[in-house]
Design a protein around this ligand. Sequence first.
Ligand code: PLP
Length: 456
Amino acid sequence: MLTNDQLAKWDREHFFHPSTHLGQFARGEAPQRIITGGEGATIVDRDGTRLLDGFAGLYCVNVGYGRAEIADAIAEQARELAYYHAYAGHGTEAAITLARMVMERAPDHMARVYFGLSGSDANETNIKLVWYYNNILGRPEKKKIISRWRGYHGSGLMTGSMTGLDLFHRKFDLPLAQVIHTEAPYFYRRPDTAMSEAAFTAHLVAELEALIAREGADTIAAFIGEPVLGTGGLVPPPAGYWEAVQEVLARHDILLIADEVVTGFGRLGSMFGSQHYGLKPDLITIAKGLTSAYAPLSGSIVSQRMWDVLARGTDENGVMGHGWTYSAHPIGAAAGVANLALIDRLGLVEAAGRVGAHLNTCMAEAVGDHPNVGEVRGEGMLCAVELVAERDPRRFFDASEGVGAKVVGAMLRHGVIARAMPQGDIIGLAPPFCLTVEEAERIAGVTARAITEVLG
Ligand code: PLP
């Protein structure tokens, strides 16, 4: 048994952490937290400190921690058959059952689901499928991908390019040339605060049209977007946005990829964000909520229209050369089956909508009048508090002040985990769906206390 001190030392010496300030961490200047357990919406660290996890890990532990049903399903699968691949028509009962469960929940026009391991690799798969599709249709020039500034789609080469956040590009030679960005549908940060919501939507659509005209529709294959901007700030779209964007895409024969890694399986209080906002995507990316992160698994849900072309492509060209060793891993699939069954049994999609609405209401009441709170916004079990130096005229803090991170640090000292979103002073909350009404009220109270401590 390792002592805490040994663990802490080994962590600093050997572990290359993702999304971390490497130098500060190695030198012991950046914080370290070693997590040992969890139950419901609470996690426990190695010192026995209990923390209310207001971000469900990385908005992924949707059913909450400590679910024995999922742990048992994983153990049973590991004992019976830990692994077999899915190449060349091989399958397992878990993967086939999960495919069926996903397709029962997906919008009606979707046809098949391909399983990967992470949201990033699922989006890489999506781009390959889009390119393959256009090659089969004899349109080799139609390949560019439109993404939005502040979108988050992963941190691989194409996916990091599609991600529209500076941090994920800097010093990585990204974005790659095939990816072009359009304006974020972020009403609070609209260029002119005099703009109405309808005028802002019209402005975004005009920007999109102009980008398509500049690049040429015959060079653009797809548009990728999260139904609600996630890591870019937890921002629901302005009214009429998706309707108008879909009309433009259809007119230019541009495919729509709905990245539902965060919104899939209930976070908005609907099974998918696509149903929530009336989207008819050609591809849907799923990950996080598919297994509630009990095991890594992701997926690309493919529409009938794309599937028909992909199938024709293999008739003309032979086997599709795309797959990972761990595609449709049976342990991930078993976790997914147990997770989706649990979400149904406990009515967690409805709970996410109901308790999420309560969280948003309490938060608006607790912090909405503070002079440094520019906006409280959310949808379903997503809630964001945007901090500003001044409300009117709207003036943001200088990034170097790190105000958002300071407030999140103060919340942590009061036992609540929130996330300082990476671009702007935005306090992000995305708790597990099993959050209780009392826990929602505690999060709002702690947020208010922390803001007052940091900003007065
Ligand atoms: N897409 C969205 C919308 C995400 O929020 C994320 C991760 O946060 C990803 C893709 C990438 O998923 P992963 O981190 O599993 O690669």
